[in-house]
Ligand binder design. Structure first.
Ligand code: CMC
Length: 427
């Protein structure tokens, strides 16, 4: 007879245990009963970098990394990228359902109403050095927003949480655009509430003297990229938002932690690293030599590999298609040739095949952003704008989950045993 349980024999004691199995998991805390003696702390699971530990139950995003499946609230990413707007996806992630026309208009109106930032935020931004990395500016400024909205601390009130969600969705593009202008020494361009979310952001980055000729194809391409980045379940930055948010800090501080995590080159910073890599390779003829170096352990092929996808990242597939539409408008990015050759060689090479390393979302996104006119140190900022709805939805889900507590992993201590202090002149 089969049962949804796991039988464990502890060979240290000969004792048998039966642990319930639910949704393909055992509860790590159930291991604690397995002890060699009464004083024993009990067995723990050791899982550096959470390779095989589910930290929550979630209804937001489903990924099947072997079958290249990504769904938000059950909707395939391919359909959302084709039919939805970014704000519609943000609503879906937060509320669990696609909005009706009325719900969407209210959501869009609310976001539009909050696009301006306090003028002191502008003073704060101008204090950054002329060459400040825009991600540093973004994470510092979003963190600072908590001082402008002390009411955001009231995280147990649903209406208050909604207000902060609206504020973050509305103000992040404004701050991001100001950071873009800052590095160019351009005056900040204020939000225009007659434009939609994407058009307003593009206008704030590129408008000169109040003028900008909008390109609808490029704007839709940017919107698709943001949709593709909107959530990706328990990735590094989302785990950071959940973990920091679990201390019940305000959402500005929690999101700022997410931006910090995203900044790293192994996460959102990979799109910037891809462009640096393509610059370093210089020409198509140099690709085989570069791949050989990677195989010898000298660096990584940036934009390749993923913790979850062990087949082609479905987002990379959609991005490749978007790239064609963008390059039709902007002319071919010369680095595309190198990227395509890298992909071709890597996908035929046993090193990459055996490790199941495929292009990820970041492999082609940088080339598109560059063609749109964004510099490489700005790519991760665009990723952050895209990921914000996911962070907010996951943060709210964490707060509403009765099983969650302050995040506090255990450790296995392997350091020195107790020893006596040595005065400095005797060391
Ligand atoms: N180039 C060359 N070898 C690689 C790469 C790569 N990009 N990624 C993994 N490997 C090798 C790695 O050396 C290891 O080989 P071995 O078994 O011989 O030691 C094996 O593949 C497994 O790698 P891992 O580091 O254990 O895999 P992970 O799941 O911990 O890392 C990753 C996932 C995304 C951090 C990693 O693949 C990587 O560093 N990729 C490059 C950076 C990148 O593109 N990041 C963007 C990820 S997608 C967007 C996002 O989430 O932000």
């Amino acid at each position: 007879m089969t049962r949804d349980t796991l039988s464990i024999t502890d060979n240290r004691t000969g004792q048998n245990y039966e642990l319930p199995v639910t949704d393909g998991t055992i509860r790590a805390i159930d291991l604690r009963q397995i002890k060699v003696s009464e004083e024993d702390f009990g067995l723990m699971a050791y899982d550096p970098a959470y390779l095989n530990t589910a930290s929550c139950r979630s209804t937001i995003t489903y990924i099947d990394g072997d079958r290249s499946i990504l769904r938000y609230r059950g909707y395939p990413i391919e359909q959302l990228a084709e039919h939805a707007t970014f704000l519609e996806v943000a609503y879906l992630l937060a509320e669990g359902e696609l909005p009706t026309r009325e719900q969407l208009s209210r959501w869009e109106e609310d976001v539009r109403y909050h696009t301006y930032v306090h003028t002191n935020v502008i003073k704060f931004l101008t204090g950054f050095r002329y060459d400040a990395h825009p991600m540093g500016m973004l994470l510092g400024t979003v963190g600072a927003l908590s001082t402008f909205y002390p009411d955001a601390k009231n995280i147990s009130d649903a209406e208050n949480r909604y207000t902060q969600r609206v504020r973050l969705m509305a103000k992040l593009p404004t701050i991001a655009a100001f950071a873009f202008r800052h590095s160019r020494g351009l005056p900040y361009e204020f939000p225009r509430n007659d434009l939609d979310y994407i058009a307003n952001f593009v206008n704030m980055t590129f408008s000169i003297g109040g003028k900008h000729e909008p390109n609808k194809v490029l704007q839709r391409a940017l919107e698709i990229l943001l949709i593709l980045h909107a959530d990706h379940e328990q990735n590094c930055s989302t785990s950071a938002v959940r973990s920091v948010g679990s201390s019940h800090v305000d959402p500005f501080s929690a999101v700022s932690a997410g931006i910090a995590a995203l900044y790293g080159p192994l996460h959102g910073g990979a799109n910037e690293a891809v462009l640096k890599m393509l610059d370093q390779i210089q020409s198509k003829a140099d690709v085989p030599k570069f791949v050989e170096q990677v195989k010898q352990g000298k660096g990584r092929l940036m934009g390749f590999g993923h913790r979850v996808y062990k087949s082609y990242d479905p987002r990379a597939k959609l991005i490749k298609r978007t790239a064609d539409e963008v390059f039709e408008q902007t002319g071919l990015n010369p680095k595309l040739e190198i990227a395509l050759e890298l992909e071709r060689i890597a996908l035929e090479d046993d090193y990459f095949i055996s490790r199941r390393l495929y292009p990820n979302v970041d492999f082609y996104s940088g080339l598109i952003y560059q063609a749109m006119g964004y510099p490489s140190d700005y790519f991760t900022v665009l990723f952050a704008i895209g990921r914000l709805p996911g962070w907010l939805a996951q943060w709210a889900e964490m707060l509403g989950d009765k099983e969650q507590k302050i995040a506090r992993p255990r450790q296995v201590y392997v350091g020195e045993d107790e020893r006596q202090f040595v005065p400095i002149d005797q060391r």
